[in-house]
Design a protein. Structure first.
Length: 494
């Protein structure tokens, strides 16, 4: 049985969790809510297909490039301040984007959303890790967080379709004003402020510049690969520069007194294993959403609202797994025994989805694959997010939280670039050998990419099994009795 919550635990922590998770949901939804709205945005603002990707890329560049800075700022300023500032800034940037008069204004607003999202998200995980220290409560709280991360993308697709079709695309951004107002007001009332006397080291400015520019270069290069190819200068140069800058950043962190990313955060095998497993899992997860979105609309001919509704089962499965299955298993089993099988189940779901054809039925092929994938991901991501901050020094809680989100962002960029390139290459090769079968070629490309996604999720299971050794089960109390005489000891003579 897990220990009781300490008497000093915040009595309002469960109310605070609602508003913290609402802030997280606002960011998670924004990742996909614009995807279905993009055709309407492009028609309204009249920009080219080449410019279209920057509506998404501007957000991911700012968000991924500044996450480490956002995590450290949360440690320096205080997690509550960083959370509220991030919520207000994100909502304001969303309002600016919703009122955009031209493409430049929209792209700038999306970049600002990424900036404030990079401040908000690490603060969310940091506050959760501080508020929930009891094993059972922590499992439940991170189960809710895992449900948002696993199912929020599907809900975003549905919400984007409904808002675009019922109102217009601007409401996919303006809706964040309402989410933000409720989350900020609730957080101010229910979230406890950090201790005022906590030591706060100076900000590592050279580290910020190296890490941010390195991550931005790396993510930009990967984003360019889907359109320019892996061998183009637009891909290789920024990726190479990003790797060099990140290597220089790692060397610098060993030498400065107040590093942006203390290497002790990565040295823990459980946290490091969780970062790697989450990054690999997101690669496969992004591939599924990317190709099924195209498949449902372009091949099966569903409307935006119908396609969005088609993703709701995976959201439901993820929520059930993250809030019911994961929290019950996590306190009773070693973390690897939950994460490894969970990622393998998700991989099996993707294998079911590789059976799609131009004539497939949503109910017999797509739906079963979604349900299995959602159950697996929801079960595995719950302990993964918990491990990402478990045992971190309070002064490092923000940066530890930022690292798991950095893993997600970089994993998403790799997944989009790698799997999109695989699908496009496979489709082109099929078309050359089977002229006149454009739809079949398209579906063959999607199916091949889903095979790769399943393989990458299998690697996530392998990483979790080999690297993570955390066991939340309480250890038995040591036997303090006198040691028993060994069987071969001579008997005492009287």
């Amino acid at each position: 049985m897990s220990p009781s919550p300490p008497s000093t635990a915040d009595p309002g922590r469960w109310k605070a969790l609602f508003f913290i998770c609402l802030a997280q949901l606002m960011v998670v939804l924004d990742v996909t809510v614009m995807n279905i709205a993009l055709p309407s945005v492009q028609h309204d603002l009249r920009f080219s297909d080449g410019t279209r990707q920057w509506v998404v890329t501007a957000y991911s560049l700012a968000f991924g490039g500044l996450l480490l800075l956002g995590g450290r700022l949360a440690d320096l300023w205080g997690h509550k301040r960083a959370l509220v500032a991030g919520i207000i800034g994100f909502a304001a940037a969303s309002a600016l984007g919703g009122a955009a008069l031209n493409t430049g204004m929209l792209i700038g607003a999306r970049a600002l959303q990424g900036v404030f999202g990079a401040m908000l998200v690490p603060a969310v995980l940091s506050l959760m890790s501080v508020m929930f220290t009891d094993t059972t409560e922590r499992a439940k709280a991170f189960g809710v967080f895992g449900a948002l991360s696993g199912g929020g993308a599907a809900i975003g697709l549905m919400l984007g379709g409904v808002l675009t079709q019922a109102l217009n695309w601007r409401w996919t951004l303006l809706i964040n004003i309402f989410f933000g107002a409720i989350a900020a007001a609730g957080a101010l009332r229910t979230v406890q402020a950090p201790a005022p006397d906590r030591a706060r080291p100076r900000l590592d400015v050279p580290g910020v510049l190296l890490a941010s520019s390195g991550l931005i270069g790396f993510v930009y290069g990967l984003s360019h690969a889907s359109s320019g190819g892996w061998r183009s200068a637009g891909t290789l140069v920024p990726v190479g520069a990003g790797v060099v800058l990140l290597a220089a950043f790692a060397v610098l962190q060993r030498r400065v007194c107040s590093p942006l990313l203390p290497l002790r955060v990565l040295a823990d095998r459980n946290r490091g294993g969780a970062y790697l497993a989450v990054g690999l899992a997101v690669i496969g997860n992004f591939g599924m959403y990317l190709f099924l979105t195209y498949y449902l609309q372009s091949v099966l001919g569903l409307s935006p609202v119908q396609a969005g509704a088609g993703f709701l089962p995976i959201a439901a499965a993820s929520v059930i797994a993250s809030t019911r299955i994961g929290p019950r298993l996590a306190p009773r089993l070693p973390s690897r025994a939950v994460m490894g099988p969970g990622f393998l189940i998700a991989a099996a779901g993707l294998l079911l989805l590789t059976r799609i054809t131009p004539e497939s039925s949503y109910w017999t092929v797509v739906l079963p694959g979604m349900l299995v994938t959602g159950l697996g991901l929801g079960t595995a991501l719950m302990p993964a997010f918990s491990l990402a901050t478990l045992g971190a020094d309070p002064r490092d809680a923000g940066i530890a939280s930022a690292m798991v989100n950095t893993s997600q962002q970089v994993g998403g960029a790799i997944g989009t670039a790698l799997l999109n390139t695989i699908a496009a290459t496979t489709t082109a090769a099929y078309t050359r050998h089977h002229p006149g079968q454009a739809t079949e070629a398209l579906v063959h490309g999607y199916s091949t990419a889903l095979w790769w996604a399943a393989g990458i999720l299998t690697l996530a299971a392998l990483a979790a099994t080999l690297l993570i050794n955390h066991d939340p089960r309480p250890r038995p109390y040591p036997d303090t009795r006198e040691p028993r005489q060994p069987d071969h000891a001579p008997a005492a003579h009287h």
